[in-house]
Design a protein around this ligand. Sequence first.
Ligand SMILES: [Zn+2]
Ligand SMILES: [Zn+2]
Length: 366
Amino acid sequence: MVNNIDNNNIEEKLYSDDNLDVTIYKCPNCGGEAMFEPNSQKMKCLYCGGLFEINNNSIAQERELDELLKSGDVWEEAEVYQCKTCGAKEVISKQEVSVKCAFCGTNNIIKSEELPGIKPQGVTPFKLDKTKASEIAVKWAKKKFYAPRNFKKSVKAENLHGLYNPVFTFDSQTISSYRGRLGKNYVKYRFRDGKRVAYTETRYFNISGSQDLLFDDLLVQASSTIPNNIIKSIEPFPTKKAMAYSTEYLRGYSASTYNKSGEECWKECKTTMHQRIESAILKRYDYDVKVSLSIDTKYLNSQYKYVLVPIYVGHYTYKQKLYNFYINGYSGRIGGKTPVSKLKVGLTVLLSLLLIAGIVLLFMYF
Ligand SMILES: [Zn+2]
Ligand SMILES: [Zn+2]
């Protein structure tokens, strides 16, 4: 008897509104489902169009680097899904009702056992809505001369999907001391058999000194789902404007799973910083040859942020092959591969051959 009452209580608790996270997405006017809306940067009701504020709208805070080594907060409100059609893995909010794959558009996706990892500290929200993003994509597709006509037709808002990519950004104040040896080439002349012959003489010199550089929000992608060269082509992402993470931003969107830990990203960041320090040092000298350069760097006041950045993913299947293109959800920069129509390439080759033949004939007869 006692057990029964307890069970009833549990049931009631589960279904009462204030125990379900879903309530935060409900429209205060009509109770309808709401989604993040880029133009207003607010939540918008899908039924009555009402707009309302996001719960926690403050700027994302940086954390001390030591905290990177500790395990962060678990991303409890999200789970990992895998697409059975294209294999992509995505992090999706537990509250999401209809789930579609961002990369191929099918809803052939199943929940995976994998955990979504640590909870992001911040989100750079989408600034462009789908309509604007698709306008950019249509213009871009039109310029792709060799792309098949069907591809250009398939570029529309409903084939775009908003996806957040996880990134680490790092700040660091670096102090480096260096020591090395460089060489400068001089052209000299000598006479051999009565002829003036030029030759190169390299004069070597030692260098040493110190170099300070400040790094602010250096970005390292934590996911390799989207190829790095494509991400680079649509950067930058304004991570300085990242808002404190709130699940509402994920509503209607998904996120890439990360496959690089914070430590790995910090290592990658240090390599980038080292390269920049090295080129800052070398810029000070007039040299042609680098013999050696050793740099000893201290990284002070290092901080990090784990942030989601906005990307629209477009997809198109051509001859059973999946093609994706990507749009920066903040700036609208676009990149990616497009299919190539063999017919169009063939026709172009044929036309140019005819043109050449025409020119040859013209020269032969006139
Ligand atoms: Zn409403
Ligand atoms: Zn897929």
